[in-house]
Design a protein around this ligand. Structure first.
Ligand code: PLP
Length: 381
């Protein structure tokens, strides 16, 4: 007879969940609006329930409003921003395609990595970290490499730079018959973004930045031209889970099972987008600009310097230079410990050189600006 296993450990006693109450002013997530959190605690329904199908339709319509697009192909991808990013790149880049990516920040590097894994060849258009792409350089890169796909980051979270002149970039790409993929993770719902007017073929985002929604269901939109390429690929996308030709069955007309959608995250996204629609997208862009403007003025009054030039300043992510002799890690830890306030350090080329201070969605409020300026002022004193 088998002996009982006397060494088996006791069941862990983890205790009730009591996360600290932070004010989130880092590069994301931002504070979730209480209405979004309430939506997440409403009852589950099945992912094929007719009631959920209506919720899917409404979420897609609200996403179109927020992206400023009529694209039929507008969906939340199950997963974080990297999932919608990989869905865009992994479906539009076919083996043997060439993708042009930027070098001016951390997320251009991630685009390159995803394009390689999709079987593509990667070429680069250079700009220093902290500056946007220059259309002249993009034109030169197109003339030299004739890429099939061009990716750029509209709002670079690692440098606090907003890419201007997007229409100029897309027209260069379209003159060369290439597809344009825009990373809008830190711009959607926070700064002006016009997917249709700027002729962007595919744009992806995340919910946890300017939409102030917990991560889990990530916005993606593709125009018909991009979707035609996806549907006529010679070989299927390498990821089954993110294959848009299969996801079409669930988010398209048929509403057939592909995978179990993260129901609660879709509820949350729907509520976050409803808040965008209630505020009005243009009023929301204005609020971000004004609130972050006050933040920037407060920081500059303390003698701190914004990393990006005024013309490229990204209201949703303020990159501020760490003053000489200051230990950025100690300041960040101090703010968390004494003020329950989260900001972040620099990444990659800017590690140790900047603080990254978000001003996104529900976090973009005057009270948060006052807290941040006074807490940072006292910590640096
Ligand atoms: N792209 C940009 C510009 C981002 O800021 C982020 C996340 O911070 C991502 C992509 C990836 O999103 P996630 O971390 O939600 O997977």
């Amino acid at each position: 007879m088998q002996q009982p296993d006397l060494d088996r450990p006791e069941a862990p006693d983890a205790g009730e969940l009591t996360p600290p109450e932070r004010t989130l002013m880092g590069p994301g997530p931002s504070d979730a609006d209480p209405r979004v959190l309430r939506a997440m605690s409403t009852p589950l329904v099945g992912h094929l329930d007719p009631a959920f199908v209506d919720i899917m339709d409404e979420t897609q319509e609200l996403l179109r409003y927020t992206f400023r697009t009529d694209n039929r192909w507008t969906i939340p991808v199950s997963g974080t921003g990297s999932a919608s990013m990989e869905a865009a790149i992994g479906n539009l880049v076919e083996p043997g395609d060439t993708m042009l990516v930027p070098t001016n920040g951390y997320f251009g590097g991630r685009m390159a990595e995803m394009a390689r894994r999709a079987g593509g060849d990667v070429v680069e258009v250079d700009a220093p970290w902290g500056e946007p792409l220059d259309p002249v350089d993009v034109q030169a890169a197109f003339d030299e490499h004739q890429p099939d796909v061009f990716g750029f980051v509209h709002a670079e979270t690692s440098t606090g730079v907003l890419q201007p002149a997007v229409s100029e970039l897309t027209s260069i790409a379209h003159d060369h018959d290439a597809f344009v993929i825009a990373d809008c993770v830190t711009s959607l719902g926070g700064v002006p973004l016009e997917v249709d007017e700027w002729d962007v073929d595919a744009a992806y985002s995340g919910p946890q930045k300017c939409l102030s929604c917990p991560p889990g269901a990530s916005p993606l939109t593709l125009n018909d031209r991009a979707m035609d390429k996806v549907l006529s690929r010679e070989e299927p996308a390498r990821s089954w889970y993110l294959d848009l030709s299969l996801l079409e069955g669930y988010w398209g007309e048929e509403r057939a099972y592909h995978h179990t959608a993260p129901i609660t995250n879709v509820y949350a996204l729907r509520e976050a987008l409803r808040l965008v629609a209630e505020e009005g997208i243009e009023a929301r862009w204005r609020r971000h600009r004004e609130t972050a403007g006050a933040l920037k003025a407060g920081l500059e009054a303390m003698g701190l310097e914004t990393n990006a030039a005024e013309e490229y300043w990204l209201p949703s992510l303020n990159a501020v230079r760490v003053p000489d002799g200051v230990d950025d890690g100690a300041v960040i830890a101090d703010l968390l410990e004494h003020y329950d306030l989260e900001i972040a350090s620099g990444l990659g080329d800017l590690a140790g050189e900047i603080f990254r201070i978000g001003c996104m969605g529900h976090s973009a409020r005057p009270g948060n600006v006052s807290l941040l300026v006074s807490a940072l002022g006292q910590t640096l004193a």
